[in-house]
Design a protein around this ligand. Sequence first.
Ligand code: MLT
Length: 404
Amino acid sequence: MFKINENYLKLPGSYLFSTIAKKQREYKSIHKDANLISLGIGDVTLPLADAVTKAMHKAVDEMSDQSTFKGYAPELGYEFLRKAILENDFKNRGVDLDLDEIFISDGAKSDSGNIGDIFSIDNKIAVCDPVYPVYVDTNAMSGRCGDYLADLERWSNVIYMPCTKETNFAPELPKEEPDIIYLCFPNNPTGATINKDELQKWVDYALKVGACIIYDAAYEAYISEEDVPHSIYECEGAKACAIEIRSFSKNAGFTGTRLGYTIVPKELKKGDVSLRDLWARRHGTKFNGAPYIIQKAGEAVYSKEGKEETKKQVAYYMENARIIREELKSAGYNCSGGINAPYIWLETPNGMTSWEFFDLLLEKANVVGTPGSGFGPSGEGYFRLTAFGSRENTIEALNRIKKI
Ligand code: MLT
């Protein structure tokens, strides 16, 4: 008789963004005329850049021609894309990698969820609090988080690293030693980031205690300040202790197109065992590659036109971020983020809980955001707004919020 993975039964509720989408649908089914504006999930709204769609069209034509048709993609991804990544995302920043340390995938969400496959269940994870829920939920699914303590809104076997106003929304080195440390900078959800010296402290710490850092750099393109590292490999020794995950979703609008990549350096080892080889084994066994058409589109992001066009998209969203930040501040809200990231993190007014504020915005302003408590216990009393909306919707949403 089959048995189910009972770890799933321990998960509280549904995935955060599914819960929000459900609430949004329910509201809309009752208030049919409501013109809801979503600044909730971090989903892009600008269309793909011209250079990207041109490359896709060309690749579609290649797929329909016998002489250029492609079947399965190479296991690690096409070399043309891995070379473009290496040159533009790493060598340009003084980081050298081998091409076979770059693994192309269908996105950073899948990679950050799947990476746990190569680690023992006995590892203890440390996460920022608040945190992108995928890291915790996927570890809970595999049985690494212990039990969910509903009254405390936390898992019994997870080290939470509070990122609060007092710590500038950055984590401090944990008192209890973790085996795996999840870091995301620029941060989702707070929009905060840390400078290179601070990141170096994490790398030194991981090397000292023998921990592995899973570094999610999905929002790297939004960095506007000089001293903020774009890759963890800018830090000394990081190749021996860190895996880096990247996305094409936020820098080039691939949320619906799906493309990402993960770096697992050969230096990263446990004894004689190379984590790169374990990930290669997993990748080759459980994944058949991102489509050729999409990898061609990804390559075009690094073309001269692609770079110019996607840079403009990022600038567009960051202007939204500026508008949100300044309008909120002028209305008396305390908020942060939005300088190196497309997220604004605001304190809920009058001691409201995150979900109370969610309901208030939904009902009184018809604006959807993301309650901070959905990202972890330290997110309570906070709320996240995304800059990924259209300019028109962003301005309209802020006008409505200011009227509450
Ligand atoms: C978010 O809103 O946090 C992101 O869109 C989620 C994701 O990238 O998967």
